[in-house]
Design a protein around this ligand. Structure first.
Ligand code: SF4
Length: 135
């Protein structure tokens, strides 16, 4: 049983590498032990059970860009329970072109120490040819 009252799953599907191992889980006195998988997989399974995180890949609004929405991602896996808060923040977030792929657009998102990174280079559009800003 986890802290939030939900049942602990009997196995975790590891997504760290393409092998996709199933790692068996046993819980005793609040401590987990794992069957199968490598060390990285066991560490992933432990995090998945105690503090699940995900890389968030989405788009944000860009002004004066050649495209209306700029593809972005978080620099590291972001706490899953705060992803809705992050999406809410990104809804009003806006950058201005030009932007280079890999550029840090925002630091320390919601105080997590995780940054927002551009995943595409976008040039500045000439006046009058700007993207609409629509999704
Ligand atoms: S347990 Fe290890 S080998 Fe299996 S999917 Fe995870 S990282 Fe890959």
């Amino acid at each position: 049983m986890k802290e939030n009252g939900t049942l602990t799953p009997s196995e975790v599907l590891c997504i760290v590498c393409p092998l996709g191992c199933r790692i068996g889980v046993e819980e005793r006195d609040g401590k987990f032990s794992f069957r199968g998988g490598c060390a990285r997989g066991k560490s992933y399974a432990e995090q998945e059970l105690t503090h699940p995180c995900r890389i968030l890949a989405t788009t944000v609004r860009i002004r004066k860009g050649e495209i209306p929405r700029l593809p972005v991602r978080t620099s590291r896996p972001f706490p899953k329970e705060r992803i809705f808060d992050l999406m809410e923040f990104l809804r009003s977030f806006e950058v201005e072109a030009p932007v280079r792929r890999g550029e840090v657009l925002a630091r320390n998102l919601l105080g997590t120490g995780i940054d927002l990174i551009a995943t595409r280079t976008t040039h500045r559009q000439e006046r009058g040819e700007e993207g609409s800003g629509e999704v």
